[in-house]
Design a protein around this ligand. Structure first.
Ligand SMILES: [Cu+2]
Length: 201
């Protein structure tokens, strides 16, 4: 009985350890890549939505739309500076992008595309002077590691390992019976040979 309790506690500890390892793996490696399609509206003096939530590794495609004048979209930490010029209709608007660290010129694109490789909080702000409140036009992108997925993988592994450990330490009724049968039967094939050899000599 005492052995059973110790064994159960051991299995619980294993479960905890594997779940924790899973969460740790999540914080170090991040989530599997997913495709995220976003529409961001820019207008004086805010972005809609103001907060973007992503998982690490997400392949992001942003369609930037302006509701009034030309606005910028400078994403800190990701080397992205985009701007959207309004047209007569939303189809006529022009989206341009450059990478500040490369000192390159703006190039026309259909979408702002990048992979969310860095975890953390990153500010995005308007980089085109659009009015007196322009400096306050900003939002936030939050890239988090996928704790749930890796924690789940850890938990499942923990269940498997602790179940194996439980049966190894406690033994199953079948395996005990089987062991006895083998122990009883194994001498049998040798016995007749010994008996046979004995009288010959
Ligand atoms: Cu602005």
């Amino acid at each position: 009985m005492k052995r059973k309790v110790i064994c159960l506690l051991g299995c619980l500890a294993l479960l905890g350890i594997f779940t924790a390892l899973g969460v740790l793996a999540g914080s170090l490696t991040g989530a599997p890549a997913g495709d995220v399609d976003l529409m961001i509206y820019a207008q004086r003096y805010s972005f809609d939505p103001p907060i973007i939530r992503l998982n690490k590794g997400d392949r992001v495609s942003i369609n930037l739309v302006t509701r009034d004048v030309t606005h910028g979209f400078f994403l800190e930490g990701y080397d992205i500076d985009a701007k959207i010029r309004p047209g007569d209709s939303s189809d006529d608007s022009v989206l341009l992008i450059r990478h500040p660290s490369k000192h390159d010129d703006f190039q026309e694109v259909d979408r702002i595309i990048f992979t969310a490789e860095r975890t953390g909080k990153f500010r995005f702000r308007c980089s085109q002077t659009c009015g007196y409140m322009h400096p306050f036009m900003q939002g936030e992108m939050i890239v988090s590691p996928n704790y749930e997925l890796w924690g789940g993988i850890g938990l499942v592994t923990g269940v498997a390992v602790s179940a194996m450990a439980f049966f190894v330490f406690m033994g199953t009724p079948g395996s005990r019976g089987g062991a006895k049968l083998v122990a009883e039967r194994s001498p049998l094939p040798n016995e007749p040979q010994r008996e046979a050899k004995g009288p010959e000599k």
